[in-house]
Design a protein around this ligand. Structure first.
Ligand code: GRG
Length: 294
């Protein structure tokens, strides 16, 4: 199957999984559940859950066994976007082509919808893999470590502090990118590997691929913010272009940034190619992430 068709079929399974594994909008309190779904159903590339399913498939999982893990990752990612958009953090009006949750509802509802999506991710993992306690433990531990103060939230804090200081160095940026962006991409691949029962060496290879893929993904984001007026529409519109925020592109220029994207993608693809099983789709997905236009 050609890569776009394959990706579309994964995304269709993910959409169905989100519908199946997240409380219905009418579940009381309806405003909270509707706000959770408002953001989840706004779309998004579904890259992280697609990586969960694709990594699991590489390890031989062709049914929906990894779907709850994929849904958990998307719930957690969506929580981070809702909170990131809040007035006290980035104060954004648009996300995924729609008014942000605090604009469509109100700030308190956005805060609680984010909290509820974060919590739901762990409840879902505990419930869906309850018959395999060692797997449930590995998935919950992995996602908790990534979502916590040393990684996702730590990266966000460092980003805010760097923005306030205004003189982030390359090392500061690397810390932010590794934790704010790459962490969830690494973990997505790792969760898929765990569901497939991969060895710890194979899981660590997936993690390494995710780290490099994540760094490339962030620099692509920075390049798009710098070069495109329209590519950013529907997400954080021209934000970095409108502020003096330090980005990789601003530190090193466009040409070096494009070189960095190619270099990091190549490292990721080489790591994926070293795994047993068919990683062709994951390799092609990695290359298409480097060439994405939104
Ligand atoms: C814990 C509040 C909090 C924040 C964590 C994820 C995050 C840090 C902030 C969100 C803003 C941001 C630009 C993060 C960098 C990672 C990134 C490019 C996220 C957007 O991911 P996409 O482009 O989004 O995959 P979609 O909407 O397609 O899922």
């Amino acid at each position: 199957m050609e890569v776009t068709n394959k990706l579309n079929s994964l995304v269709a399974r993910i959409e169905a999984g989100l519908d199946q594994h997240v409380p219905a909008a009418a579940t009381p309190p309806a405003q909270l559940h509707a706000a959770m779904r408002y953001s989840l159903e706004a779309g998004g590339k579904r890259l992280r859950p697609a990586l969960v399913l694709a990594a699991a498939e590489t390890g031989g999982v062709t049914d929906d066994d990894a779907l709850p893990a994929a849904v958990a990752v998307e719930c957690l990612h969506t929580y981070s976007l809702i909170h990131d958009d809040l007035p006290c953090i980035d104060n954004d009006d648009l996300r995924r082509g729609r008014p942000t949750v605090h604009k469509a509802y109100d700030e308190a509802t956005a805060l609680l919808a984010g909290d509820a999506l974060l919590t739901h991710a762990f409840a879902l993992l505990a419930e869906a893999y309850a018959d395999r306690p060692a797997l449930a433990h590995a998935l919950i531990r992995e996602l908790a470590e990534t979502a916590g103060s040393r990684r996702l939230i730590g990266g966000q804090m460092a980003d805010l502090l760097g923005e306030a200081k205004g003189d982030a160095t390359a090392a500061d940026l690397e810390f932010i990118h590794l934790n704010k962006t790459a962490a969830m991409i690494e973990t997505s691949l790792v969760l898929g590997g765990h569901v497939a029962g991969m060895t710890s060496a194979q899981v660590e290879t997936l993690r390494r691929a995710g780290r490099h893929l994540g760094l490339a993904f962030q620099i692509v984001d920075d390049v798009l913010d710098e070069t495109s007026d329209t590519a950013t529409m529907g997400k954080t519109v021209g934000k970095d272009a409108a502020t003096e925020k330090t980005t990789y592109v601003r530190l090193f220029g466009l040409e070096a940034s494009r070189g960095f994207i190619t270099e990091q993608t190549n490292v990721a693809v080489t790591a994926l190619a070293s795994l047993p099983g068919n990683t062709e789709f994951l390799q092609t997905l990695a290359r298409s992430m480097a060439a994405r236009a939104n």
